[in-house]
Design a protein around this ligand. Structure first.
Ligand code: GLY
Ligand code: MN
Ligand code: MN
Length: 434
């Protein structure tokens, strides 16, 4: 992404903060997996959104109106011996030349410098409760100033969570963000297509996972979340990530897997028969979920409120379940009592962006929020009929179907970013037969 995009965001945030505030945004800490092995590093979304800076051990500071520059970055110092092992470190000089930082300091000097920057500002914009260790450091810096008030120091009067301002900005995606999300969703669609073609009875779920991973890595991405590859009864386990079972002819396979690209997530689910042909019951459930999904997507347009796609999908799923005999009773009461949650236990979607369950408020003053151009979300109805479901004929057991696409709200309606993943029964069956 062009560096000017990050600069634009910082300017916008500072404008909203006002000159009596200072914002402190830490990079994500590296996370240990076991002993001396670390998870692949993933930058904090808030930090990356404002800085485009990918290294750990960094703290961005926005000090609106500061004479010697408003954007400060504390980051690691160059260290040639370390760089032999871990690769290049950006360092202060290149932070200024390549990242549009006004003033860069070694992160080891932060305790000496930051209190002086905070002093005299009324508000500290910082999100407490995410990284406990860093919370203590911020409190420590502010306390240092408080201890000096009798010598004339001016301590800040309040902490303000950065979340409100920053997450409202992140909620509405700009054109370059949508462009990355479009690319990510397309790669994920390609991975699903590839998985359908690779699938056959006798393979393990993890072998299909490997096929998906291959496509993600071939495009320079990582999974945006642990892939769910669940055959048969595992298709009914919402967060199944073990992916260890053998795939059997006659079963469905539910895959919820998608790539993250340049810190932007996609989130795509497809469900298809292991042997390439839907059975009668599988077909009936699949068609129902697809009808609900299509109708829900049609509700994604400016002016409709957040819950409209969910309400539409729920109505269609309930009607269908009554028709198929999966539910009995009175439609309105099933909806009101939420009895449908026996088989449809999650919501129809969530915001999507740098985080897979992205930031932003779903309600404003207690009311569902209106959809606006630039919001990105998933539309993902599903039905899950686990073995042993009481009162349900056995022929429906172990059928779990979710169909999930990524959409972005446009001026006229919405764009489906993941449309290249085969979705109709005909598309899926003919692809798998080829
Ligand atoms: N893959 C997570 C979700 O669908 O929400
Ligand atoms: Mn999702
Ligand atoms: Mn998903």
């Amino acid at each position: 992404m062009d560096r000017s995009e990050f600069a634009k965001r910082r300017t916008e945030l500072m404008r909203m903060m006002g000159e009596d505030g200072i914002a402190i945004i830490p990079a994500a800490p590296p996370r240990r997996r076991n002993r001396d092995v670390f998870y692949p590093y993933r930058q904090s979304s808030d930090f990356f959104y404002l800085s485009g800076f990918a290294e750990p051990d960094a703290v961005a500071v926005l000090a609106p109106g500061r004479q010697h520059g408003e954007y400060l970055l504390f980051c690691r110092e160059r260290d040639l011996a370390k760089e032999v092992w871990d690769g290049p470190i950006v360092g202060q000089e290149r932070a200024v030349s390549d990242y549009r930082v006004d003033d860069a300091f070694p992160v080891d000097d932060i305790d000496d410098i930051l209190p002086g920057l905070i002093e005299g500002r009324r508000k500290v914009f910082y999100t407490m409760g995410v990284e406990a260790d860093f919370d203590h450091r911020v409190i420590g810096w502010v306390s240092q100033i408080r201890e000096r008030v009798r010598s004339g120091a001016r301590a800040p009067a309040e902490y303000v969570s950065l979340e409100h301002l920053l997450h409202e900005m992140r909620l509405i995606k700009a054109r370059p963000e949508i462009e990355i999300m479009r690319r990510a969703a397309n790669i994920s669609a390609q991975a699903h297509r590839h998985a359908m073609m690779a699938c056959r009875p006798g393979l393990h779920e993890y072998e299909i996972e490997a096929e998906l991973q291959a496509i993600f890595r071939r495009h320079g991405g990582w999974p945006a979340y642990p892939p769910i590859v669940g055959g048969g009864g595992n298709s009914c386990i919402l967060h199944y990530i073990e992916n260890s079972a053998t795939l059997r002819a006659g079963d469905l396979l539910l895959i919820d897997a998608a790539v993250e690209l340049d810190c932007y997530a996609s989130d795509v689910t497809r469900t298809f028969p292991v042997n390439g042909r839907f059975s009668g019951e599988q077909r009936a459930v699949y068609e129902l979920v697809l009808t609900a999904q299509r109708a829900a997507i049609a509700e994604v347009r400016p002016g409709n409120h957040w819950n409209q796609p969910h309400e539409t999908a729920t109505g269609i799923l309930v009607d269908g379940m009554l028709e198929l005999g999966l539910l009995r009773g009175e439609r309105d009461s099933i909806i009101e009592q939420r009895d449908y949650r026996r088989f449809f236990m999650h919501r129809t979607g969530h915001y999507l962006g740098m985080d897979v369950h992205d930031v932003g408020d779903y309600r404003i003053d207690g009311q569902w929020r209106e959809l606006e151009p630039g919001m990105a979300l998933t539309v993902e109805p599903g039905l899950y009929i686990a073995a042993g479901s009481e009162g349900v004929d056995e022929r429906w057991w172990n059928i779990g179907v979710r169909i999930e696409d990524d959409v972005v709200v446009t001026r006229e309606g919405c764009e489906v970013l993941s449309a290249n993943a085969p979705r109709t029964i005909d598309e899926i069956e003919s692809l798998m037969a080829s």
